[in-house]
Design a protein around this ligand. Structure first.
Ligand SMILES: *[C@@H]1O[C@H](CO)[C@@H](O)[C@H](O)[C@H]1NC(C)=O
Ligand SMILES: *[C@@H]1O[C@H](CO)[C@@H](O)[C@H](O)[C@H]1NC(C)=O
Ligand SMILES: *[C@@H]1O[C@H](CO)[C@@H](O)[C@H](O)[C@H]1NC(C)=O
Length: 499
């Protein structure tokens, strides 16, 4: 090649590459997002707000089945694209909403239903006032002895979850705490945004799902009118009776199933448990996903793996707009997976689990001195209490092992997601690989996830910023710092060292 052609060739390569990436993105085979990796939760990234374990405030309306639905839906969609307007909307709705009964899995006996009609100003209702009706539904939508019927469910149910507060991580020194405080993602997460507290469930008659959700995808920022009623007679379409598409970036992996798909299922659980319903999810990479769904009463015949193409359904359930992180959703999921609320054994008998990245799909972030760390823990807590996580358990084993953990220690990585099986009595120590300047090395907002999830489950979270040895985040765990963290944790529980 002559050097004259080089710039042209380069341009061609870049164009082809961009084209391929766009195709991949559109087909949903693999999702690439800008400025953040798949491991950054896709669009599930923002979560703030106050620790309240009660239920959401409910605002809903039932509409008669008329073409004015579209007008309403489009009207709302426009609003929800504008952050300011949307948050005003949710604020004003809140004034007329009513707090439903607290706690979870408690609604069999819940008499708390909303009697009040949504105020007309809240939605600029002149377009549909004739169609607004009252209906009765108690929250949460989980834990009923019988599923909710899709036939009588309101066509659009919107609600607002209670605000909650995030607690800062526990750090062993002021320097680490300052590193946490100065990071803008953490600052954002400590503040509350109303928009991230809303939930929407819609049932669209003759709904069509075109195989992928438009950006920003299936999540709290979703475009409200994503799924439409259509008269689709395309032979390419696969038809179902009741379908709930949950195509969430990375949702085929254990970790992003937990943080991306599961909360949305929990939001609408009593509706999705119906025998006729199928949920559409990315093809699972990790077997445990099916086991978790099974625990939730969603059997294999109710699960459909996404194979591209167009899906139509007599009733399409849309539950993408779910708070990215909310204690109610997390605790309900925890309960549904049969994870214990409290340590089932005395603390002295509980496990200390050292997490490894043996079966990790992304290289790096390994503990270069794992042997020393293990020896250090064995000496401190007794060999028989230490479990070195082999990298994969089924659901039953996960719950019985992590459910009996008083301590989980690991470098930032997927294995820490197992804290979802642990009780609220666990203390989680995350070793966060950081660069020379003390910035976390995991990409995008990934560094916030374990801290956030521990907040959701009211678990004690400890962070050690540990300077990485390599560019892919391998660390030599600072045993001195780890020892100080463990001293603090042990003191907190009045536990004295055996050696
Ligand atoms: C559209 O759907 C309606 C019923 O929902 C049906 O009567 C009509 O024939 C359909 N039209 C076409 C073009 O398929
Ligand atoms: C889970 O794994 C354990 C240990 O490997 C095994 O004994 C048990 O039968 C498995 N349970 C299920 C439900 O697969
Ligand atoms: C959270 O945990 C603390 C102790 O760790 C406990 O005092 C508090 O009551 C818990 N909060 C909830 C809502 O369970």
């Amino acid at each position: 090649m002559s050097s004259k052609n080089a710039p042209l060739l380069q341009a061609v390569y870049v164009t082809v590459l961009v084209y391929i990436l766009v195709q991949i993105h559109l087909t949903g085979v693999f999702v690439i997002t800008f400025n953040r990796s798949v491991s950054d939760l896709g669009n599930n990234e923002q979560y703030d707000a106050l620790k309240a374990y009660s239920q959401s405030r409910l605002v809903y309306f039932k509409r008669s089945r008329s073409q004015s639905d579209d007008a309403i839906i489009n009207h709302d969609a426009d609003k929800s694209r504008d952050p300011e307007v949307a948050s005003d909307m949710w604020n004003s709705v809140d004034v007329d909403s009513m707090r439903t009964k607290g706690g979870y899995l408690s609604n069999q006996d819940s008499k708390h239903v909303l009697k009040k009609e949504v105020s007309q100003q809240a939605y600029g209702v002149h377009k549909f006032q004739n169609h607004a009706q009252q209906t009765e539904i108690s929250f949460p939508l989980v834990g009923r002895s019988q599923p909710l019927s899709t036939a009588t469910f309101p066509k659009a149910l919107r609600f607002k979850y209670d605000a909650f507060k995030m607690a800062e991580p526990n750090c062993v020194d002021e320097e680490d705490l300052q590193k946490f405080r100065k990071h803008p993602h953490n600052v954002q997460l400590m503040q509350q945004k109303d928009r991230q507290l809303r939930g929407v469930i819609r049932i669209v008659d003759n709904g069509v799902f075109h195989g992928s959700f438009r950006p920003p995808g299936c999540g709290w920022e979703s475009v409200f009118d994503e799924i439409k009623s259509e008269n689709l007679s395309s032979p390419a379409a696969v038809h179902f009776d009741v379908l709930c598409p949950l195509i969430v970036p990375g949702g085929s992996s254990f970790q992003h199933f937990l943080d991306g798909v599961l909360p949305k299922i929990v939001q609408a659980h009593d509706l999705l448990r119906n025998k006729g319903v199928k949920i559409l999810i990315p093809r699972n990479r990790d077997k445990i996903i099916l086991e978790i769904l099974g625990a939730l009463g969603i059997e294999k015949d109710m699960i459909l793996f996404h194979a591209g193409g167009i899906y139509t359904a007599r009733k399409m359930i849309y539950t993408c707009i779910t708070p990215p992180l909310h204690p109610t959703l997390w605790q309900n999921a925890h309960k549904l997976m049969n994870a214990p609320e409290k340590l089932p054994v005395p603390r002295e008998e509980a496990y200390v689990i050292l997490l490894t990245r043996k079966q990790s799909h992304n290289g790096g972030r390994n503990m270069l001195n794992q042997i020393e760390v293990q020896a250090f823990l064995e000496k401190r807590y007794g060999k028989e209490k230490i479990i070195v996580y082999p990298g994969r358990y089924n659901l039953t084993t996960s719950v019985s092992v992590f459910g009996r953990a008083r301590l989980m220690i690991g470098v930032h990585g997927g294995a820490l997601y197992n804290l979802n099986f642990a009780s609220s009595d666990v203390s989680v120590v995350e070793i966060l690989p950081s660069d020379g300047a003390g910035n976390p090395m995991p990409q995008g907002i990934a560094h916030t996830i374990f801290w956030s999830m521990c907040n959701m489950l009211n678990q004690s979270y400890w962070r050690i910023y540990n300077k990485a040895e390599t560019r892919n985040g391998n660390v030599i765990v600072d045993l001195f710092k780890l020892g100080r963290v463990l001293d603090r944790i042990d003191q907190q529980f009045g536990y004295f060292l055996t050696n």
